[in-house]
Design a binder for this molecule. Structure first.
Ligand code: GLY
Length: 368
């Protein structure tokens, strides 16, 4: 069954996230009402090989004449050079402000195409068609678009909400297992933030989703999008509650950065999973959350085949991790801010985190 989740807030035009099976085949009908002129499908070479011709045919069947614009797969495409190339192609195709971009792919394509849409002619409409679990439950919803610079990830970007998100569960069947599990980390994160009953389901019957069961995946995507859409609707620009979506990310980002963002060593989702386990253990160590809750979080994450212990992913200096965490762009004025938890389903923003306590914690976790 197809489920439609509305995303609405005070400051942006409401849009729908449509989640279901076999949606790519009917993409034309979803996109047609938004396609007033030309449509360009931005995708990467890997996704183009899997879905490019089928998506163009589906759009054509709905009366939408579209062409493909492909970028190389991988994080390196989130660059000024690739952004410039995409915008140059849009100009060469003679798009104007009434035209439409469709971002077909994972987080890299969504972030890059979304930023191109935000900048092109001061902003044109775009549709997200996420093809990874991580993009379906997180990056395609909420309007964050960005590229990286040599000084850090996602440092240049814009809030530009899509007009529509179409998440086809069936496309997840072609995802490598490691990528599916990485997306599952963001699913678990949503339960941990604010929905204990969802986390309980993910820990039990729902765990089939992490192994690719489409029905469990659909329920997990729908609930994740509902949670994210409620948070974004309340706080689009991350002035408050939206920061909760960074649970696990400040620990995780520091660890990823120390590993030079080498996805062979640690994917983003694996870093988030490890970061969530560490955030709960730190919360427990600070007396903010019962130790049994942190133990349960670790057990559930580990059962999905995701990392929970720092020592298993590399060797780290505590001071280097703390420096990264303090320099995280989410840190305000150098203060250390972390998303911590009182229990499963009850995360909160902790400001002025004590760097010495954090260093001692990281050393207890196995950092030097
Ligand atoms: N990925 C976190 C957010 O969209 O705010």
């Amino acid at each position: 069954m197809t489920v439609t989740i509305p995303v609405s807030g005070g400051e942006f035009r409401p849009y729908d996230v449509v989640v279901g099976r076999g949606l790519l085949a009917g993409l034309g009908a979803h996109v047609a009402p938004l396609a007033r002129g030309r449509t360009v499908v931005v995708t990467d070479e890997t996704v183009a090989a899997h879905h490019g011709p089928a998506v163009l045919a589906a759009l054509k069947a709905g009366g939408v004449k579209a062409r493909l614009l492909t970028v190389p797969p991988g994080e390196a495409s989130k660059s000024f050079a690739e952004l410039e190339r995409v915008i140059d192609r849009l100009l060469a195709f003679k798009l104007d402000r009434s035209d439409l971009i469709v971002a077909l792919g994972g987080g890299v394509v969504g972030d890059l195409a979304g930023l191109a849409a935000a900048l092109f002619m001061r902003g044109i409409d775009f549709v997200q068609v996420p093809t990874t679990l991580l993009a379906q439950v997180d990056s395609s919803v909420g309007g964050k678009t960005a590229i990286d610079t040599p000084r850090g990830k996602n440092l240049v970007g814009a809030f530009h909400q899509p007009r529509l998100v179409v998440a086809d569960i069936d496309v997840l069947a072609t995802l490598p297992e490691r990528q599916l599990k990485s997306g599952w980390a963001e699913v678990l994160k949503h339960g941990l933030i604010c929905d204990r009953a969802f986390f309980d389901w993910l820990a039990g019957e729902g765990a089939k989703g992490a192994d690719g069961d489409p029905e469990a995946l659909q329920r997990a995507v729908v609930r994740s999008v509902e949670i994210k859409s409620a948070i974004v609707g309340e706080d689009e620009k991350e002035a408050g509650r939206r920061a909760l979506l960074n649970l696990g990310h400040t620990f995780g980002h520091a660890i990823e950065a120390e590993l030079d963002f080498d996805e062979d060593k640690l994917t983003h989702g694996e870093a988030v999973a490890l970061g969530c386990a560490m955030a709960y253990r730190y919360s427990a160590a600070q007396g903010l959350c019962p130790a049994e809750e942190a133990e349960r979080v670790e057990a559930v994450i580990a059962a999905c085949g995701l990392p929970t212990r720092l020592k298993t992913v590399g060797s780290f200096k505590a001071s280097a991790l703390v420096a990264r965490m303090a320099g995280d762009k989410k840190a305000e004025g150098g203060r250390l801010t972390l998303i911590l938890a009182r229990s499963i389903g009850d995360a909160f923003t902790a400001r002025d985190v004590d760097a010495r306590a954090l260093t001692a914690f990281l050393e207890a976790e196995g950092a030097r």
